[in-house]
Each structure stands twice: as structure tokens, then as C-alpha cells.
Design a binder for this molecule. Structure first.
Ligand SMILES: Cc1cc2nc3c(=O)[nH]c(=O)nc-3n(C[C@H](O)[C@H](O)[C@H](O)COP(=O)(O)OP(=O)(O)OC[C@H]3O[C@@H](n4cnc5c(N)ncnc54)[C@H](O)[C@@H]3O)c2cc1C
Ligand code: FES
Ligand code: FES
Length: 478
């Protein structure tokens, strides 16, 4: 069934919007149409968290609560979900929610402007976890900026929620919400608003038909890159095809040799799977944007943008990952190493989309990755480096070295790899290899760093990798 009406649950009832403007953000809808002004606009580019709201989603008949940046999420993506705003936290008898009580008690509301965003991030944490340690609290708050007073009172408020029984009114209404969500979950969406079109197919077959009829459309995954065309550049996206509801793209396949991640998997879901294979991949993902960004952003979106500073890309390159591309007629696999052509250009032809990414598992290899950015959390890389080394009898059998932020595309350092391959694993060979960096890259000066800095840091990261594996110790500042 195809519908032009999006449906979602709000305030314990199903709401309908027929043919909404696909370029309208959820934030604009909340503030201008619903007239709920608790949710704030700070940066309008996903960076400050003032606009954080929570969407409830059904997964195996349970509700998963995800915090998102409403300023960079298009309204139609709300379809099939439960919209929760800061105004909804208070109970019918005007009792503050436990999160709000804790924020009052610990003086966590300081400037006030950013507070609703903090509360909503904490709300998602409160609903999704039973206990919150330092790591969970810090991760939860990584996408909410406080630039006036400090995080301590907010962290104290979060800590105080530990071991409190979740008995809020959402818990009490849960059965009803699930019933409502089940009622609305089955529609494919096709919106036509003035000169704009938006499609949200549910199956690969429908997706292919839509692409055939609308070959000039943009694909929408998490929208954490695409939406900025509208919110920041004030442009317009005429035709959009959302990949978010295509069930065949939401998969993670694992066996002893590889992991295959479908295009529809969020970075947040992926981070928890990759953790048991490559800890440093997980560590980099934990510093990728924020929870709000990773809750919607996808690895396929990161690959398709081909950004020179896309964080997963050097890691995937060093692991010899394979991209599966769905073309008009068939599914083809190509090494990621051959996928990037030039600045933000890939081998994708019109109508092609990234179907999945396959990551080989090298159990015996040394794999490490480092991200250098100005801020630890919620910042993009100046340089990102990834190393994957197979050593046998103290000899380097295969070296993979890849960098982001060093050229117009993320790239492997072929000269460094050549120098390392078939050599004795030693400081001497790494010192020689690091000097090959100028053969592989010619970085630029920009606001994040000078080209000399980039060269220096790239060389140092290679040596850091060597010292970390030879001393079996992580040399990290957290
Ligand atoms: C606040 C903020 C922080 C960020 N922090 C980081 C960071 O730390 N590290 C980092 O690397 N990036 C970061 N980004 C950039 C952004 O998150 C990435 O580019 C992201 O991976 C894009 O994925 P997405 O699913 O949101 O893609 P979208 O925005 O939906 O799409 C991006 C582009 O790819 C195309 N596309 C999407 N999916 C597919 C597909 N399956 N096949 C073909 N084309 C497709 C779209 O048409 C669009 O052109 C940040 C962005 C924001 C707003
Ligand atoms: S307004 Fe800053 S993240 Fe949305
Ligand atoms: S409490 Fe709002 S910016 Fe610090």
C-alpha cells in the first residue's frame, strides 16, 4: 500500500500529515506548526544538541528510544515513529519527569537554552539503559554542548538516576503506544509537495521501480550530510528517495571471515557489532559526531559522501573492505580502494546505490586507528589514520596503511606499504617508511591544520602504531 500521508504517534494518538514539504525539518514542524517551543534551534547543523528530541521505534515488539537532532531531520522521516518532545515529559498531574527532577536538584539547568536538549538526551539514556556508568553518561552527552558553565552538575544529575526504577508515564502507556505504532507501521510513502517529491519504499523491488521512474533523485540515509544542503546552504532538494525503510538493507551478516553491513544500518548499531572484532574501529565510532548523529547516520552514507575526512573510510580501506553496489540491473562488488575517484566523487553512476559494505576479519592482525581532531567528541578529523599489519616470524607479511585528511579522497599510503611489506618488523623500517609519506600525499592548508602539521602528525601516527604494538601498550590521551 502506498500513501501520501505520514503517520506518527504523538501524545498517545496517531497524527496524520498529508503531503508535507519533504524539505521541512522536524524542528520547523515542532516549533512552527505544533507551536511547541521547548525544543530550541542553536546551530541548525547537528552540532550543538539544543534541538534534541527522542523518537520511539518498534524493534521486535519493544520500543527503542533514539535521540536525534531535529534540526537536520526531514519531517517525513518521522513516519511510523513515536515523537517525544521535552513538553511531553511532564505527567498528566504536572509531575516533573525523574530526569527533570534530577536536573533541578543538581542545578543542571544553567543557561536554560540548552537544557531541553540535555534533558532529551538523558531521557533516551534513562529509557534504554538500566545502569549508567561514566562511559554511558559521557557518550550520551557528547552531542549536547554547554558553553557557559560546565558539565559537572549535568553529569551529577545523570549519575543520580542510577538504580532508579523506570516507572514513568511512558512505561505505563507502553502497551498502548506499541499498539498504535503497530497500526501505522506498514505503509510505503510517496509524497508530492509543489515541485518536490519524497519516496520511502519498504522493499528492494519498490525501491528499484522508484529509481527507474525518478533517476535524478537523491538517496536519503541518515541525512546528516544531505540535510545541510537545506538547513545550512538554504538550497532545495527536489527528489528524495529514503533508504531507511527498505527492509532488505537493514542487515548485519557475520561469519568467521567477514562482516557484511547493509546500507540501512545506523552507525550506532554498527559500533556495537564491530566492537568485538576491531576495538579501535569502535573507539573511532564513539568519537564520530555524537549519539544523535550515529543514531541516524550510516556507514553507507559515509562511503557515498566520499569525504576526505570521512572517519570510517581510512579504517575500511586498511581492512580491504568491499563495497556492494546495486546498479540498475545487478549487484556488483568492488574494493573500496577503487571506489573513490576524486574529491567527493565515487564510481556510483546515476541511480546506483551502496547496498552493503563487507569487512574482512583478520583475527591475527594488528589493527589500530587514530583520529586527530580539535575536540575529543563531536568534531570532524584533521587527520585520521588506520593501520592493519600481518606479521609472521617477526616479518611483515602484509601492511595496510590508510589516511583521511591527507588528500582529496581518503587513500592508502602505497609507498609506505611497499616499504613495510616483506621487511623485518623493526623501528628502523618504520622510521624509513614514515619518510615515504610525501610520495603518497600532498595535503592542503586549511582552517583545521597546515599541510606541514598534517605531514608531521601522519608520520607520528605511524610511529605511534609501531610503538604501541612493539610495547603492547596503548599510548593514548583520553
Ligand atoms: C554534527 C555532525 C557531526 C559529524 N561528525 C562526523 C564525524 O565525526 N566523522 C565523519 O566521518 N562524519 C561526520 N559527519 C558527517 C556525516 O555524518 C557523514 O557524512 C555521514 O556518514 C553521512 O551518512 P548519512 O547516512 O547521514 O548520509 P546522508 O546524509 O543521508 O547522505 C549523504 C550522501 O550520500 C548519499 N547516500 C546516502 N546513502 C547512500 C547509499 N546507500 N548509496 C548511495 N548514496 C547514498 C546521499 O544521497 C548524500 O549525497 C558529521 C555530520 C554532522 C552534521
Ligand atoms: S540546533 Fe544545534 S544540533 Fe540542532
Ligand atoms: S548550561 Fe546552557 S550553555 Fe551551559
Amino acid at each position: 500500500m502506498v500513501s501520501s500521508t505520514i503517520q506518527f504517534v504523538y501524545n498517545n494518538q496517531i497524527c496524520n500529515i498529508k503531503n508535507p514539504d519533504p524539505n521541512k525539518t522536524i524542528l520547523e514542524y515542532i516549533r512552527n506548526d505544533l507551536k511547541k517551543n521547548g525544543t530550541k534551534e542553536g546551530c541548525a547543523e547537528g552540532g550543538c544538541g539544543a534541538c534534541t528530541i527522542v523518537l520511539g521505534e518498534l524493534k521486535n515488539s519493544k520500543i527503542i528510544y533514539r535521540s536525534i537532532n531535529s534540526c537536520i531531520s526531514f519531517l517525513p522521516t518521522i513516519n511510523g515513529k513515536h515523537l517525544i518532545l521535552v513538553e511531553n515529559l511532564i505527567s498528566k498531574n504536572n509531575d516533573l519527569h525523574p530526569i527533570q527532577k534530577a536536573m533541578v536538584k543538581f542545578h543542571g539547568s544553567q543557561c536554560g537554552f540548552c537544557t531541553p536538549g540535555f534533558i532529551m538526551s538523558l531521557f533516551a539514556m534513562y529509557k534504554n539503559y538500566k545502569k549508567f556508568d561514566k562511559e554511558i553518561i559521557e557518550e550520551t552527552l557528547s552531542g549536547n554542548l554547554c558553553r557557559c558553565t560546565g558539565y559537572r552538575p549535568i553529569v551529577d544529575a545523570a549519575k543520580s538516576l542510577n538504580n532508579k526504577k523506570d516507572n514513568d508515564h511512558f512505561k505505563k502507556d507502553q502497551k498502548n503506544i506499541i499498539k498504535l505504532l503497530k497500526k501505522i507501521n506498514n505503509q510505503e510513502i510517496e509524497i508530492s509537495y509543489k515541485n518536490k517529491k519524497y519516496f520511502s519504499p519498504k522493499s528492494l523491488i519498490s525501491l528499484k521501480k522508484i529509481i527507474k521512474k525518478n533517476p535524478n533523485s537523491y538517496f536519503l540515509s541518515g541525512g546528516t550530510d544531505l540535510s545541510l544542503e537545506v538547513t545550512k546552504l538554504r538550497g532545495e532538494i527536489k527528489n528524495m528517495i529514503s533508504l531507511n525503510s527498505v527492509k532488505e538493507l537493514k542487515f548485519i551478516k557475520k561469519n568467521k571471515n567477514f562482516i557484511e553491513v547493509g546500507a540501512g544500518v545506523s552507525l550506532y548499531d554498527f559500533q556495537n557489532v564491530i566492537k568485538s572484532y576491531y576495538l579501535d574501529f569502535y573507539n573511532i565510532l564513539k568519537r564520530y559526531g555524537s549519539v544523535q548523529i550515529r543514531n541516524v547516520g550510516t556507514i553507507s552514507g559515509n562511503i557515498a559522501t566520499a569525504s576526505p575526512i570521512g572517519d570510517t573510510l581510512p579504517l575500511l580501506l586498511s581492512l580491504d573492505a568491499i563495497v556492494k553496489i546495486q546498479t540498475k540491473n545487478f549487484l556488483k562488488s568492488i574494493p573500496l580502494n577503487e571506489f573513490f575517484i576524486s574529491y567527493r566523487k565515487t564510481k556510483l553512476k546515476k541511480g546506483d546505490f551502496v547496498y552493503s559494505i563487507t569487512i574482512p576479519i583478520y583475527k591475527k592482525n594488528y589493527f589500530k586507528a587514530y583520529k586527530i581532531s580539535k575536540r575529543f567528541d563531536d568534531d570532524i578529523s584533521t587527520v585520521c589514520a588506520s593501520f592493519n599489519l600481518s606479521i609472521k616470524d617477526n616479518k611483515i607479511v602484509k601492511a595496510r596503511v590508510a589516511y583521511g585528511g591527507m588528500s582529496e579522497t581518503p587513500k592508502r599510503a602505497i609507498s609506505i606499504e611497499k616499504k613495510l611489506n616483506n621487511s623485518i618488523f623493526s623501528e628502523e623500517i618504520f622510521l624509513k617508511a614514515q619518510n615515504m609519506i610525501k610520495n603518497d600525499f600532498s595535503p592542503i592548508d586549511d582552517m583545521r591544520a597546515s599541510k606541514d602539521y598534517r605531514f608531521e602528525i601522519a608520520k607520528n601516527l605511524l610511529m605511534k602504531f609501531f610503538y604501541e604494538i612493539s610495547t603492547k601498550k596503548n599510548i593514548r590521551v583520553n
